[in-house]
Every structure is written in C-alpha cells, then in structure tokens.
Design a protein around this ligand. Structure first.
Ligand code: CIR
Length: 283
C-alpha cells in the first residue's frame, strides 16, 4: 500500500511511444567511446515484446504515441512525466533536444483527465528517470539531467510525500541502477556508485526498505507491477544478458517473473522503466 492507501504497483494503463527511425544514429549516448551500433530491427522486436507483455500478458490498456523523426529519444517516455495519484507533473528534460517530447505526453495525460502541472522555471531540469517513488516517499536523483530546482518542483507538487535528493554518479539517471522491485523492496546495483546512492537514501529516509542487490547495475532497472489475479509481477533483464542478476530475481517468491531482452536500447542508455509511464486510472 502507498500512504494514500493505493496498492503499490497497481496499474491499468501504460503510455508508450514508438521508436523513431533516427534513434540508432541520433539518440543521445553517455559514452561516445566504444559506440555500438543499434540494430533497429532487433530494437523494434524487443520493444514489441515489452509492449505486448504489458498489453496482452498483463492486461494494461496501452496509449501508444507515434514517433517523431526529429525526436530520436522519444521512445523513452518515462523521462517526460512524473505521475502520482491524480497528478501528472510534465517534466522539463535536462537535454534540450528532448524537451519537445513532453508535448505528446502532456496531451495524452490531459485526455486521461490527470491534473497537469507544468514546469515554468526555465532554470529547472527534471527527467522522470531520476524520480524514484517508493510508495512511501520520493527520491530524486541529482544527475547530469536533473537539478536541485527540478527536485524542488517534485517536492512542491507532491506535498503528501517526503522528497529527498540523491547525488547520482557513474550513470545517467538514478533509476538506471535503482528501482522498486516490490512493495518496500529496492533493487540496487552493486557498483560503488549504486551503493553510494543507496547509502544516501538510507541515511535520509524514515522508512526501512528491504534490498535486492544485483551484481549488474543495469539489471537493477526493473519494472514492478501488482496485477489483479497475478499479484507481484516483475519485468527484468534476461539471464542471457545478466546471468548472475537473473539468479537473484529467480529467488523471489510468489512473483510472476518476465525476462525481457533489452540489448539494443541499452546501447543508447535506455533501460526497462524508460519505455513506459505506468498509470492507475479509475474508470
Ligand atoms: C537519453 O540520453 O536521454 C536517452 N538516450 C536515454 C534515456 C533513458 N531514460 C531513462 O533512463 N529514463
């Protein structure tokens, strides 16, 4: 349960977006060295598996936004909004090239009747990938993409919850190596960068969490849902990609585990959470 009484991870709608043809050539990348080319056909297959899983296996209604060639990163919808309860905070992404992506997200969230809040402060930057909601509080990563002003806006908008900031090092976003794998269960990578982020969170929090420590930082980006008649569901990276981490997931009891391959979008720093905004819409 969240502090508002909602079931943690209960979603019935997902916003997703098509891959732009320009992704392979033009999407932003942290590391320009060892640049690996994206196999676009494979990327589309992997993304289809992800969206089909949400729609057919888990029964979510999908709102699919079309891609725009001038927005090579638009598939990564997570970065464009932070939604909690009935409120949707439309972000101001840290990368200027990504700012126009928010328009399509804002439009669909309006159609879904969320209370829309927009960021007017032109000094603030906020990427959804830096915002971790635990069900009890928010942690906002201060990263290359999200700044203190952006984090302050999260605190101003979601006043029912404590909002703490975490210095993010060694990766793009906080959630690249830290997500919720269940109610009160934090999935965390084992690198010193990830462990340092966890330490900061533990020091600031009034709540105690269980930990699922994964050898591979990238594997700690997983998608938790609580689905009626299924209960705990976790989309996680495959044993082929991260064998040691997959073994840890397999130890989770009473979970429906869904391994999802994400080799291609990972080349442009995309993880599993990045490709959807999960919503619980009362009908
Ligand atoms: C970017 O650099 O913005 C994209 N290439 C990857 C964004 C990944 N999003 C996320 O982790 N939430």
């Amino acid at each position: 349960m969240t502090s508002s009484g909602a079931v943690f991870g209960r979603y019935n709608v997902a916003i997703v977006r098509d891959l732009a043809d320009s992704l392979g050539e033009q999407a932003l990348r942290m590391s320009k060295e060892e640049e690996q080319s994206v196999d676009m056909e494979k990327a589309r297959q992997e993304h289809k598996f992800y969206t089909d899983t949400l729609r057919y296996q888990l029964g979510l209604e999908l709102k699919e936004l079309p891609a725009v060639a001038s927005l090579p990163d638009c598939v990564f919808v997570e970065d464009t909004a932070v939604v909690c309860g009935d409120t949707a905070l439309v972000t101001r992404p840290g990368a200027p090239s990504r700012r126009p992506e928010v328009e399509a997200t804002k439009k669909i969230l309006k159609e879904l009747n969320f209370n829309i809040v927009e960021i007017k402060d032109e000094t603030a930057t906020l990427d959804g990938g830096d915002v971790l909601f635990t069900g009890k509080e928010f942690f906002v990563g201060l990263s290359k993409r999200t700044n203190q002003q952006g984090a302050q806006i999260v605190a101003d908008v979601f006043k029912d919850y404590a909002v703490s900031t975490v210095e993010v090092t060694g990766t793009l976003h906080l959630k690249t190596y830290c997500t919720m794998a269940g109610p009160g269960l934090i999935a965390i990578g084992s690198s010193p960068h990830a462990q340092n982020a966890l330490k900061q969170m533990q020091e600031m929090s009034e709540h105690s969490y269980n930990k699922l420590t994964l050898l591979d930082d990238e594997a700690a980006n997983c998608v938790y849902l609580n689905i009626p008649e299924k209960g705990h569901v976790l989309l996680h990276r495959t044993a082929k990609e991260f064998p040691a981490s997959a073994k840890e997931f397999e130890k989770l009891k009473d979970y429906t585990l869904i391994p999802v391959t994400n080799t291609e979008l990972a080349k442009v720093d995309g993880g599993l959470t990045c490709c959807s905004i999960l919503l619980n819409k009362c009908t």
